[in-house]
Every structure is written in C-alpha cells, then in structure tokens.
Design a protein around this ligand. Structure first.
Ligand SMILES: O=C(O)CCC(=O)C(=O)O
Ligand SMILES: [Fe+2]
Length: 225
C-alpha cells in the first residue's frame, strides 16, 4: 500500500512558545545561540557548579534502572543507558528544576520530571526525536499529560574521557560532554510543526562514564493541577 504523507501540523501555541523562549534566551547574556542552521539551539556554560553536579550524580547512581523507550518499536539495543527520575520536591533538586524553568521562562509545571541518565562505556541512545509522533500509540495519552514536547534542556554533569557526544546528524553538529554545560533546543519549527532536523543521538561512551540530566517541556502543564 502507498501511504500518503500528511503535511506536519502547525500550531499557534507551539509557535508562541518557541518565539517566547528564544527571545528570553537571546536576551540572557550568559546564554549563547549556537550557529546552527534550521534549528534553535542554545547553550549556557557552568549552569551548575561542580558540587551540584556531584550531588545529582550520586542521586543517579543510587536510583538508576535500565532506561526505557517511548516507542511502538521494540528494539532493546536502541537505548542502552540507565535512567532515573529525579524527585522535583527533593531539596537538592527543586532549586535546579526551578532554575531550568526560569532560564527558559517556562512554568515549572510544564516540565516533565527531570530525568537522570548514566552511560557506561559502550552505552548509547540511538538517533531519535524528542517530540512525540502522532502516529504512535502513546499519542492520545500524551495529549492528556500536557501535549507535545516543545523545548529540551540537557545538562552534562561531568567531563567524559572519550565519546558520549550528543550528535545532531541532520543539523550537523556535535556537543561533547562538559561538566555544568546546559544545552537547550526547540524541537519545533518556528511555525510550530515538529522540526525533523532536531534528530539527535547520544553517541557511545568510549572511556569514562557519562552523566546527564534531561528535562522536556510540554506545550501545556504536565503536572496535574
Ligand atoms: O545522551 C545524550 O547525549 C542525549 C540524551 C537524549 O537525547 C535525551 O535524553 O533525550
Ligand atoms: Fe533526546
């Protein structure tokens, strides 16, 4: 059978979130817009200090479990890291959680639970989009929990001796882990449709262990009010 590809849905709400967050990041003297064509990508050096990074690393080590995958495909080799949910009300986590939201100007309750991830040598997260695909079976459920993912923020908690870069093969850039570095990108295009160029991969760690925290922001509140 031939399948006809529908034009990706544009969205005024996602368009507004994209523009508002970008304007805020552009106005922040500590934030740099990466020279990437076709996607809104920003970074902030030393967003967390060494002590904050070490605290989060210890929490990840204490609570990690094999990472799961939100997909209808069952591919055990796709994401081989460990993950853990960081309790947003824990006294060590809450200020960081709120600082990430404040950096973007997003309400904290739009953010999913901060997720810790740990990659040992050989572990990776294959190329994927962070936005939800409306063809997948989870789509309806995601509508009830804040809708589409808009911005992603990731913080590298340590330097990695070799490997572990985040690679955007279509947008054409790679970010090497660096302690305290926050990376943020808009998963949507300026018109609010999903931006395919945000495809990215957590490349395999070669030497050392990689620790990160990721927060995905939705288009509406993720927390039940
Ligand atoms: O580990 C990385 O560099 C990428 C992680 C990632 O893509 C994610 O958490 O969504
Ligand atoms: Fe991702």
């Amino acid at each position: 059978m031939f399948s006809r590809r529908k034009a990706p849905a544009t969205s005024t709400l996602r368009q507004q979130i994209g523009a508002r967050v970008a304007a805020r990041l552009d106005a922040d003297p500590a934030v740099v817009r990466a020279e990437v064509t076709g996607a809104q990508v920003y970074y902030r050096l030393d967003f967390l200090d060494a002590a904050q990074c070490d605290t989060l690393i210890a929490m990840i080590d204490a609570n990690r479990r094999p990472s799961s995958l939100l997909s209808d495909r069952n591919d055990p080799g796709f994401r081989t890291s460990d993950s853990c949910d960081m309790n947003r009300y824990a006294p060590e986590v809450q200020p960081i959680d709120e600082a990430i939201a404040a950096l973007l100007g997003m309400a904290p309750d739009y953010g999913e639970t901060l997720q810790g991830q740990r990659y040992a040598p050989g572990q990776h997260f294959r190329a994927h989009h962070d936005y939800f695909h409306d063809t997948e079976s989870y789509w309806q459920q995601m509508q009830a929990s804040g809708g589409q993912r808009t911005w992603t923020t990731m913080i590298y908690l340590n330097d990695v001796a070799d490997g572990g870069a985040t690679w955007f093969p279509q947008a054409g850039f790679k970010v090497a882990p660096r302690r305290g570095l926050l990376l943020a990108w808009n998963n949507m295009n300026p018109d609010g449709s999903p931006n395919e160029l945000t495809l990215h991969e957590g490349t395999a760690v070669v030497e050392g262990t990689k620790y990160i925290v990721t927060k995905w922001f939705r288009e509406r509140s993720w927390l039940k009010r």
